[in-house]
Design a protein around this ligand. Sequence first.
Ligand SMILES: [Fe+2]
Length: 404
Amino acid sequence: MLDRLNHDQKKIVECNAQQAQKEEIMTQNAQQPKHATSRRSFLRKGLAVGGAGIIGAGAGAIGTELLAGGISLPAFAEAGSGSLTQGDVAILRFLAAVEIIESDLWQQYNELGGIQDSEVPGGSGSAPYIAGLLVLDGDMSQYIHDNTEDEFSHMNFLNAYLASKGAKPVNLDTFRTLPSSKATGAQQIGRLTNLMQLTVDTSWWTRYRSSTKNPDFGDTFPQAIPGLFAGQFPAIPRNDGDLSPKDHIQAIASTAGFHFGYIEQGGSSLYPTLAQGVTSLEVLRILLSIGPVETSHFQTWHDKAGNAPPLTDPTNGLVFPDLNAAPFGGQTFQTNLIMPEPTIFLSRKLPAVSIIRPTQIAGSGGAVATIKSFTADGLFIGQPPEFFAVLHNLAEQADAARRG
Ligand SMILES: [Fe+2]
């Protein structure tokens, strides 16, 4: 096992070198004429804006950065024919806020567990935490990196699109006050989200395996890891004291594994739910193009979480059961049943169908429900009432949007 881990860590180092080489090629490409600006170059520029805390300061600041990235403001003006409805702006602003939150939490995971390169804001990694993650899959660090990069791109795109339409981008920078992990490898900066006291709802596991129930019909679902929903647990090491004993740091990595699935299934429902309130075809296209990426993340994490080894954390008693053995196992828990099981949709009279669930507009996959769920998850522990007021206001407006 140790050999395999060493091999995997070597693979990550090699991969970092390849990324660096790729970066160099892309830097060369970026020096090509304006129209040849690469996707990644665009993203990096956007990232620079976010990292400097300027995003959302106003369309002017973003416009200047985009200009530096090779995209001129007149080009934006051409793209922006006609203004958006209030409802479309509300939906896009709420989604921008969610993507800011996702970027913040994924950055924390990446600093300690992902691949460090110039595509995402980095830490320096935690070898014992990475070793725990690699038990779930040898490519976990790459996947964490890529999920992080995707969320930053969603955040930057949505805010830039809002600005291009003369709408106000979202900026939550004043709430970046929560503490960082003190474990070696994490940056010491203010955070929007907490990953060190999580209560992870793992009912998505059984919800996607049910052939007779759907949350849009009011149905509820059992937890895959009941212990994770019955206390507060770290999903990243809080400090270097969390790096041992082995079953403790493994439990932290496995908690992260189930939290990844929880976060990304939320996005999988949020986009199709809000899409039903969109008026502009172009805004609909944005939601239909980003939403399924959240689902591709979810599908990946759903597969990896099932590899969490059965164990009991000796420091706090948290149990990761064998999901393939009694009293678990079967259709409801078996770890290789990762494709959404066909279930009831719209009407019980219609045949079962394999679908994303929930998606009822303003229902349990909606904007307010998402903020409630993130709050129950513990993501916002330590945030002041003003933070919740801002998020609830954005969420209520997004849920109120209807096709014009
Ligand atoms: Fe996203």
